[in-house]
Design a protein around this ligand. Structure first.
Ligand SMILES: [Zn+2]
Length: 218
């Protein structure tokens, strides 16, 4: 998940340039078919384009069942990428991987790696929050979700299990990243009309940022 629109606008000019530089729609979509095993063989910690098949494939590969022993290092790479792109959460399908894990910046716990997560309970109360996603920079959509969630997950050692309630932006981020692991995207949660409006707003944001980036050099 990415930070809100407001947060991005108060960042410095370098940040603006960085956000503008990453426009997935300037890249052509991959037409090759990729098998599930490919998603775990090559670990390249970079965002894949929005049409990459890993994004719509459930990330069911157990991170601790294979030969991967350097999860701490991989987690660090993902957290670095997440912060670099101004995100607060990043799931493995977003870098073209099918491991059942994601990273997020929790408001109290700080940066955490979340392995084999489960959501065991949802609050009845729901809340509308504007969400963004690192796979779709500057696309913001208001989405209704449960306000609190009780979650379970493993840490990078594969044995320590955490069980806790999350609320606010933490609950929101956890749910967003958890859905990435099911092969679902936040934009599928709203109507076509709402989505079209969000994409139009996004175009305007790109233009606004372009002006802000160009200005200091003019
Ligand atoms: Zn996302």
């Amino acid at each position: 998940m990415s930070k809100s629109e407001e947060t991005i606008f108060i960042e410095n000019e370098d940040t603006h340039a960085k956000v503008k530089l990453y426009n997935p729609y300037e890249k052509s979509a991959s037409t090759e078919s990729i098998s599930l095993t490919d998603f775990v063989e090559d670990w390249v910690c970079e965002l894949v384009e929005p049409k990459h098949p890993a994004l719509t494939t459930p990330a069911t590969v157990d991170p601790f069942a294979g030969g991967v022993s350097d999860w701490e290092d991989k987690e660090k790479q993902m957290l670095d990428l997440m912060h670099d792109k101004l995100g607060i959460g990043l799931a493995s399908p977003q870098i073209g991987s099918s491991y059942n894990m994601f990273v997020m910046n929790h408001t109290v716990l700080g940066d955490i790696g979340v392995y084999k997560p489960e959501i065991v309970e949802f609050s009845e109360e729901t809340v509308v929050i504007e969400e963004g996603c690192l796979t779709f920079p500057l696309l913001y959509i208001h989405i209704t979700r449960p306000e609190k969630v009780k979650v379970k997950y493993f840490k990078s050692d594969g044995t320590t299990q955490v069980e806790t309630w999350m609320d606010g932006i933490d609950a929101r981020c956890f749910q967003h990243e958890f859905e990435h692991l099911q092969g679902e995207l936040f934009l599928d949660k709203v109507s076509d009309m709402k989505l079209q409006r969000a994409f139009k707003k996004r175009e305007k944001l790109f233009k606004k940022l372009e002006k802000k980036v160009v200005k200091p050099n003019a």
